[in-house]
Design a protein around this ligand. Structure first.
Ligand SMILES: [Zn+2]
Length: 303
């Protein structure tokens, strides 16, 4: 009983809902703030040519393609945007750069920043280590991060990038059972497609839900592959937020319409996750970091 009570309190504090789906907000969990959504009809995304630097046969590329395809299948049946994979790119830079090539990038970081960057380097305080040194600069226990840049006024998304923590996690693509004490060649540790399908949910504007069996449930133990299959609640999100033949739906009317994002943001894309203190009209980096940390803690706890 005590455990249940504290769970409820924790859920309330964290703004976690058990609804079939929860849309991402300008200020995470704050339903008085606008929802996040893409307005363009075609969203290109690209994988880094490196793939998983820890992998030997590089089956991760296809696993990630399958994750996006699972979402695209839903968009094709009842949604209004196309997720299109472009050619692999050499870029190792996440975040939004107003003057740069704003690709929606999928990459694996193979080493922790603290292992390869001098502890006194200013990049730690400036939150620029990941891009500068091509390393993982978030918490050890975080499996992956989706970094989304959006207009704080309208909720319109400009850019979204997914980083995998290959410095710490053993990503697999097999279909065998969970890896035991003795790992078999096909065993499942941290499944790429399971992880990527969840992250693409963030990419298209979903936050976590505590609904059981949801792809967007933050709990995901090692060996899990069930999130490869998108649940009915998440499917419904696509049909409601991105209705076929109509404009993408905000959660309340956008003053002046949502098709004219001002684009005046600083666009540093540094990923400090401090997008809540809304300056009017600026672009902010979506603070999914806290949510991702929650996911990580539960996964770690499951081990
Ligand atoms: Zn997540």
């Amino acid at each position: 009983m005590g455990a249940l009570a504290s769970w409820v309190v924790l859920a309330a504090v964290m703004g976690q809902s058990s609804a079939p789906y929860v849309r991402s907000r300008v200020s995470p969990g704050d339903e008085t703030t606008q929802c996040l959504y893409w307005t363009q009809t075609r969203v290109n995304w690209q994988q880094s040519t490196v793939g998983n630097p820890k992998a030997t046969n590089h089956t991760e590329f296809d696993a990630i393609t399958r994750s996006f395809q699972s979402w695209q299948d839903i968009f094709a049946s009842c949604g209004n945007l196309s997720l299109v994979e472009g050619s692999r790119v050499n870029s190792r830079t996440v975040g939004y750069n107003r003057s740069g090539d704003n690709i929606n990038l999928i990459l694996f970081r193979g080493r922790a920043c603290r292992d390869v960057v001098d502890a006194n380097d200013a990049c730690f305080s400036q939150d620029t280590c990941a891009n500068t040194y091509d390393c993982w600069d978030d918490s050890d226990g975080t499996i992956a991060i989706t970094l989304t840049t959006y207009d704080e006024r309208t909720g319109v998304v400009y850019d979204s990038d997914i980083s995998f923590n290959a410095a710490r996690f053993n990503f697999t693509t097999g279909n065998g059972g969970p890896c035991g004490i003795v790992a078999t060649p096909d065993c499942v540790d941290t499944d790429v497609q399971n992880t990527a399908t969840h992250e693409v949910g963030h990419f298209v504007g979903l936050d976590h839900t505590l609904a059981t069996n949801s792809t967007m449930n933050p709990s995901a133990p090692p060996g899990e592959t069930s999130k490869r299959t998108i649940d009915s609640g998440s499917r419904n999100f696509v049909c409601v937020a991105y209705p076929k033949g109509s404009a993408s739906q905000p959660c309340f009317p956008v003053p002046g319409g949502n098709g004219n994002g001002n684009g005046n943001g600083d666009g540093d894309g540094s990923g400090d996750g401090d997008g809540c203190t809304a300056a009017t009209g600026g672009l902010a980096v979506l603070p999914l970091l806290a949510a991702a940390s929650l996911l990580a803690r539960r996964r770690r706890g499951a081990r």
